[in-house]
Design a protein around this ligand. Structure first.
Ligand code: FAD
Length: 323
């Protein structure tokens, strides 16, 4: 029986498994999708804003043909690291709930054949990320199939009327790639301009497309309703209805607060940050640790691979100490 069950095999979960292994503590990683499932679901042609050495885990060097790695290079790197450390990873197995207490937990999951599985463990690490739950639009038509929260690549939208909601990195990249691929792009944002957090090599590009009118932009505006062939945009000048085939709602994502709350973990009312010991990342529920972006609550831009990768060492040291 492994001592520790890690929920999630993203970069943080992998780092936790490695640090535990280095201390001779057995762990199994349970992953509902493929290895680093969130990274796999990122835009196909995505380039990380981080340089390779800041994405490294387990002391394994990461290389890239470019100054910043792309999604394919990152996927290959994390596969190689998982292989090098011979981590015990159960892919396509979703953790549904867990019960028990410190020293004797039971984790209940469902594998890809729909078969119920259970795993006993003395300690639990939740490294479940945030990319699986999009911030929905909550407007009429907001749940239509044509409303997409996960941009992958532009080709299927060639020649079509596409709206992009948002003005941060994901929205800017989607809008540019769709424009370059021949889609007719309309960008809608509540703020008055493209966010300053947009990568420096992208910001001037999207701003120039907007200035030249190649990408139509509605700032200080929001989408009020989605219909089969159009959308209503509330602008400072009133409601505007525009032709539309697809809506990319780049409105961000959030951790699974319900899952944590069901375990008895207290979430801060304002930030939804789970209450943890800042040194060890142990939650109030003894024996349950939180790692990676899940500790950031709604402020998911505070924890990313660059800093979440260090959570593993702190947690492993605490578990070793608790032995
Ligand atoms: C487009 C984009 C670009 C980014 N670029 C960068 C960058 O350049 N540099 C950087 O540092 N960060 C970047 N980030 C942020 C970074 O990817 C995340 O912060 C990082 O993935 C968090 O790692 P994690 O392991 O905590 O979570 P995740 O990578 O999300 O991993 C969590 C894992 O848990 C699994 N899981 C969830 N629920 C369950 C369950 N119930 N049962 C089993 N498994 C479960 C998920 O499938 C997933 O694989 C970017 C994010 C996005 C969206």
């Amino acid at each position: 029986m492994p001592e520790v069950v890690i929920v999630g095999a993203g970069p943080t979960g992998l780092a936790c498994g490695i640090e535990l292994k280095k201390l001779g503590i057995g762990a199994v990683l349970i992953e509902k999708g493929c290895l680093t499932n969130s990274l796999y679901n990122y835009p196909t042609n995505m380039t990380f804003f981080t340089t390779p050495e800041l994405l490294e885990i387990g002391g394994i060097p990461m290389t890239s043909l470019n100054e910043k790695p792309n999604r394919t290079e990152a996927l290959k790197y994390y596969r190689r690291v998982a292989e090098y450390y011979q981590l015990d990873i159960r892919q396509y197995e979703r953790v549904l709930r867990m019960d028990g207490a410190d020293g004797a937990f039971t984790v209940h999951s469902m594998d890809r054949f729909g078969k119920a599985q259970t795993h006993a463990a003395k300690k639990i690490i939740l490294a479940m990320g945030y990319y699986d739950i999009p911030n929905k639009l909550h407007i009429p038509g907001g749940d239509m199939d044509k409303v997409i929260h996960y941009y992958r690549e532009p080709h299927p939208y060639y020649g079509l009327e596409v709206a992009v909601i948002g003005a941060k990195n994901s929205a800017a990249i989607a809008a540019l790639e769709l424009f370059w691929t021949g889609a007719k792009v309309t960008l809608i944002h509540r703020g008055d301009r493209i966010s300053d957090s947009v990568k420096y090599w992208i910001k001037p590009n999207i701003e120039n497309r907007i200035k030249s009118g190649e990408v139509k932009a509605y700032f200080q505006s929001s989408v009020k309703a989605v219909y089969a062939d159009s959308i209503d945009i509330e602008t400072p000048q009133g409601i505007v209805q525009v032709k539309n085939d697809f809506v990319f709602a780049m409105t961000g994502y959030r951790p699974d607060f319900e899952f944590m709350a069901a375990l008895g973990i207290t979430l801060d009312e304002a930030t939804q940050k789970p209450r943890t010991n800042p040194e060890t990342l142990e939650s109030e529920v003894k024996g349950i640790y939180l790692a990676g972006v899940v500790v950031a609550g709604v402020h998911t831009n505070e924890i990313f691979i660059e800093n979440g990768r260090f959570h593993g060492a702190a947690i492993a040291a605490s578990i070793a100490g608790a032995r």
